[in-house]
Design a protein around this ligand. Structure first.
Ligand code: GLV
Ligand code: MN
Ligand code: MN
Length: 436
């Protein structure tokens, strides 16, 4: 099994581990590797080695320019839809029953190189592979880059696909603001896009017959089974909740402990409660982002705002963990004289990918492969544009092995051989779906 687990530092994180010496490198992957190298420096922070490709930022604009250049270099018809998602079409975009593949190019703060870009780069590489195979396309094919999948800037994930699918209303989208108070429409406008067009795009979605997203696995299931590629079964229900703890700002050097109303203490107790509730229920609960006011080293805070990300295999468990965390937070807050507001900022119900599509992918991959083993089918706690689109379009996902399972980190990684296997698997799937 090619591993590529060595050298997990930032330098290694930017690129797949080279194929082992003596192996035949990059059958399907030559174009993948050159695209990967081109994209690798864009938005990469020199200190952390992680990516900061936030929606509508300069780095995001550079990624978008890269996408457009890839489309044009292949003679594909390039367009940006009304929500700022990018499309590259082979065949008539209006013909209907299109096969669409792609992912996203934005990142979490100091994200890895693979979450998102692996799917987009593999899509172009799979198309190159299909041209190399000399296949005839019987359906239109499109490659997409969905905008703002991670929600790192405006707090809501999958903004581009949610808007298209009508799962985010226009007024709610207009209310989204980044940490500096810039609204989503203002950010789009500053990047040269017309925010006046945003909204549901049912005609576009109706022209898609199948959507397939390839993504790096964000766990170690494939590493444990020893398979380079798997198929997604389901996405756990998940959401984000904002907890605002309000106390009293005061002098850190003169205010007696008994006189303080310190929201940081209540927040800290709540973080521990989240861990406890998650352990009790078998769910996941994470406070990974915090904002403090006035944020002075010598001031007791007046406000601590913490965001809870929680996910579980089923809705009842998710409800139980979030209710438990909120109940604990309210008890602590009351005891300490802290005001507490809890707001659910986003929620995505469980996604069960269409069984017919899943089975079709498995049949294609098992028919093309030589292992004689079934392709693993796995669930995930990570959100994806595919999950959003699955409510409107027959949708499936492919996962590529991640030897450490690490994701949303500069250390996120996949081996070069596995990336090639992913490109080949995606090409097989697209050939099975879109070619004679
Ligand atoms: C997206 O990667 C998410 O699951 O938060
Ligand atoms: Mn992600
Ligand atoms: Mn992703």
């Amino acid at each position: 099994m090619p591993t590529g687990t060595s050298g997990q530092g930032p330098a290694a994180a930017a690129g797949p581990t080279p194929a082992a010496p003596g192996r035949q490198p990059w059958r399907a992957g030559d174009s993948f590797l050159s695209m990967w190298r081109e994209l690798a420096p864009v938005g990469r922070h020199p200190d952390s080695g992680g990516y900061r490709r936030y929606a509508w930022s300069a780095a995001d604009q550079d990624c978008r320019a890269w996408f457009r250049a890839q489309a044009e270099a292949r003679g594909l018809t390039y367009e940006t839809d009304r929500n700022g998602n990018q499309w590259a079409w082979l065949g008539d975009p209006l013909a209907g029953d299109a096969v669409v593949t792609g992912s996203h190019l934005d990142s979490v703060p100091d994200g890895g190189a693979f979450d998102g870009p692996l799917g987009v780069v593999s899509s172009f590489a799979a198309l190159d592979e299909l041209h190399g195979r000399g296949v005839e396309f019987t359906r239109p094919l499109a490659i997409t880059n969905f905008g703002d999948e991670e929600g790192a800037r405006f707090g809501l994930a999958c903004v581009g696909s949610r808007l298209a699918a009508g799962q985010l209303t226009v007024p709610d989208a207009h209310r989204l603001r980044d940490a500096d108070g810039t609204t989503l429409p203002a950010a789009m406008e500053a990047a040269g896009y017309d925010p006046g067009t945003i909204g549901p795009d049912p005609e576009r979605l109706a022209r898609i017959g199948a959507f397939v997203e390839l993504h790096v696995e964000q766990g170690r299931a494939l590493d444990l089974t020893g398979d380079p590629v798997g198929i997604a079964s389901a996405i756990w229900p998940h959401g984000r909740w904002r907890f605002d703890f309000r106390g009293e700002a005061n002098h850190a050097g003169t205010t007696r402990l008994v006189d303080r109303r310190d929201p940081m203490l209540t927040y800290a107790e709540t973080v521990l409660a989240a861990r406890r509730e998650a352990e009790l229920t078998g769910a996941l609960a994470t406070f990974g982002k915090i904002a403090v006011e006035p944020n002075g080293v010598n001031a007791i805070p007046s406000l601590v705002r913490g965001w809870l990300d929680s996910r579980a295999a089923d809705q009842a468990t998710l409800d139980a963990v979030v209710t438990g965390v909120e109940r604990a937070a309210r008890e602590y807050a009351e005891r300490a004289g802290i005001e507490l507001d809890v707001v659910r900022e986003s929620f995505t119900p469980v996604v069960e990918f269409e069984h017919a599509m899943r089975d079709e992918l498995a049949k294609i991959l098992e028919g093309a492969g030589d292992t004689g083993r079934p392709v693993p089918v796995l669930g995930t706690g990570a959100g994806h544009d595919a999950g959003i689109l699955s409510a409107s379009v027959p949708t499936a996902m492919l996962f590529v092995r991640n030897p450490t399972g690490i994701s949303h980190s500069p250390a996120e990684h996949a081996a070069e051989d596995d990336c090639t296997a992913g490109v080949e698997a995606l090409a097989d799937v697209l050939e099975g779906l879109a070619c004679s």
